[in-house]
Design a protein around this ligand. Sequence first.
Ligand code: SAM
Length: 205
Amino acid sequence: MKQNLNHKAFEIVRAGYDRIAGRYTTEREKFDNWAEVKAFQHTLPEKARVLDVGCGTGVPIARHLTKNGCEVVGIDMSKEMVAVATRNVPEATFMQMNMIELDFPPESFDGLISCYAIIHVPRECHAAIFRAFYSALKPEGVMLVSVACWAWEEVATYMGEKMFWSHHDPAVTESLITEAGFVIDFGRAIEGGGEKHHWVLARKG
Ligand SMILES: C[S@@+](CC[C@H](N)C(=O)[O-])C[C@H]1O[C@@H](n2cnc3c(N)ncnc32)[C@H](O)[C@@H]1O
């Protein structure tokens, strides 16, 4: 039953972003998370290998990190988002992949970033996602994620398309991050673009 619910949720998100892909970059300009991205970036070694989870169109995150000397691998479950990202940031590598089936050898990345994406994954999967993120990072690796500011699960409309959201409140999310093995540097709520998200910067303990 739960598998079935999950399957439908992923399909709603994937199909929704496939249809949104061509117009998402303009929408994304409303959101400013540069303070958090720069805090993440400053923890990275030179020529860091960074995984961008739910990378969307590759703009602005993969483009910014690539321009600043990082080797970026972006994954997204939407084939159309991956196609747009590949055109936008040809220097990075993008692939279609569901973050609940992260397929990289352990300790592959110096950094992992995921902006506005985990909120679309059924929350019963969040603990496993953070464990997989932990495994994908090298020792001392750093993770920046945006999560939600309140517990919620709903199917509604986003940019004219059917969309699914699912989240815990920040305290529960931060406990899942800690239980996965991370040490949290900061967790803070940021408002912008008519939305509020909770940002967590954490290191592999
Ligand atoms: C709101 S967009 C954010 C895109 C990008 N991170 C940014 O900052 O602009 C959410 C993205 O997460 C992707 N996504 C949602 N659920 C996912 C999953 N389970 N696995 C991989 N990507 C997912 C969507 O396809 C979409 O491209």
